[in-house]
Design a protein around this ligand. Structure first.
Ligand code: AMP
Length: 343
């Protein structure tokens, strides 16, 4: 891609850029009221009591774990849960165990009031679980993995490639907190987003291997109108960076187009995707770095050389947006695409 040619198009696109959902005012579809039907549960004991009462009444529970800064992607999971369960509980917990010491734990957006307002407006949510770190990790939690003591859950073979290759601590933190949350909430169904595809594979495997009696449901990725996958971290992007972040979805589209044109090898499909990002990356002032672009088996997450006849693959990638040398914040953007799309 020629950056010079792109600049006028880029300006036009900037003018058309959607306002991130996190910055939109609350929807006015439901009257705002001072009171709310949603119970705020802060302790494990409170959730257990709430759950016990529903169990006695034979009412089902769907669970949507989140780190807050809710957007339409989270709300879509809630809507799926509402359709399939008598009650929906959303957890909001920024889990320290999935952040490395150098990552953005302290800066991660914490927006409880607007999160709750969004859930109030949506309606149909029975409870929010809003624990403290002390409640979830009663014996404390150190970010430095070599200093951690206690029980952790690790899903071997699925946690150290792709996202795990860049964030080696991440899936151990996710698997540990999701196990804790499932033990506490004991939901019939758990709702996860396709956007974090490796997380869905890791959690599914964990639930099966540990005999956790919860059905895992995976819901499609919700996107901004320009295609960027919604993410709480999109709020970190300024307008120019947002424009550059769209390179990832353009790359995945190029990979898919190669597939639709008959390509089946990793070389051709990933090659087509990487070519889209290549020119932008060459100029360091653009602040775009490709971390990985992968074509993997959707169950084992092992890289595949060739998609077999009638087979499926997951193409996924991560880019870092932001020029640290210019003092800009660097934001990771991830996305993925099944091949074929309806797999
Ligand atoms: P997070 O708050 O980022 O930990 O995400 C909580 C849940 O929401 C996870 O299951 C994510 O996969 C899901 N999620 C996040 N972004 C999206 C999106 N754009 N579309 C669908 N699900 C999403």
């Amino acid at each position: 891609m020629n950056i010079g040619q792109k600049s006028t198009g880029a300006i036009r696109t900037l003018l058309r850029r959607p306002i991130p959902s996190s910055r939109l005012p609350p929807l006015l579809s439901r009257p705002m009221s001072a009171t709310s039907d949603i119970k705020i549960l802060r302790t494990v004991a409170e959730v257990r009591q709430w759950r016990r009462d529903l169990l006695v009444k034979n009412e089902s529970v769907g669970f949507v774990p989140t780190m807050g800064a809710l957007h339409a992607g989270h709300l879509a999971l809630v809507n799926h849960s509402k359709k399939e369960n008598d009650h929906t509980i959303v957890s909001i917990f920024v889990n320290p165990a999935q952040f490395a010491p150098h990552e953005d734990l302290d800066q991660y957006p914490r927006t409880f009031d607007s999160d709750k307002a969004k859930l109030d407006e949506l309606g149909g949510v029975s409870a929010i679980f809003l624990p403290t770190v002390k409640e979830m990790y009663p014996n404390g939690i150190k970010l430095d993995r070599s200093k951690q003591v206690g029980a952790f859950v690790e899903v071997q073979g699925l946690s150290h490639q792709l996202e795990g290759s860049v964030r080696p601590h991440f899936f151990r933190g996710v698997a540990t907190v999701v196990t804790k949350l499932l033990n506490i909430v004991q939901p019939e169904r758990l709702y996860l987003g396709q956007k974090d595809v490796q997380q869905t594979v890791v959690v599914r495997r964990m639930v099966t291997d540990l005999h956790i009696p919860t059905d895992v449901r995976v819901c499609p990725t919700v996107r901004e109108s320009d295609g960027l996958a919604m993410s709480s971290r999109n709020a970190y992007l300024n307008e120019e960076q947002w424009e550059r972040a769209n390179i990832l979805i353009q790359a995945l589209k190029a990979g898919e187009e190669a597939y639709l044109a008959g390509a089946r090898s990793q070389k051709d499909i990933v090659g087509a995707a990487v070519a889209v990002i290549g020119d932008l990356m060459l100029k360091s002032e653009n602040g775009v770095t490709l971390e990985y672009m992968s074509l993997a088996d959707p169950e084992t997450l092992q890289e595949i050389d060739e998609i077999p006849e009638g087979g499926k693959a997951i193409m996924s990638g991560a880019v870092r947006i932001g020029n640290a040398a210019k003092g800009e914040r660097v934001t990771r953007i991830i996305d993925n695409q099944f091949l074929p799309r309806d797999a």
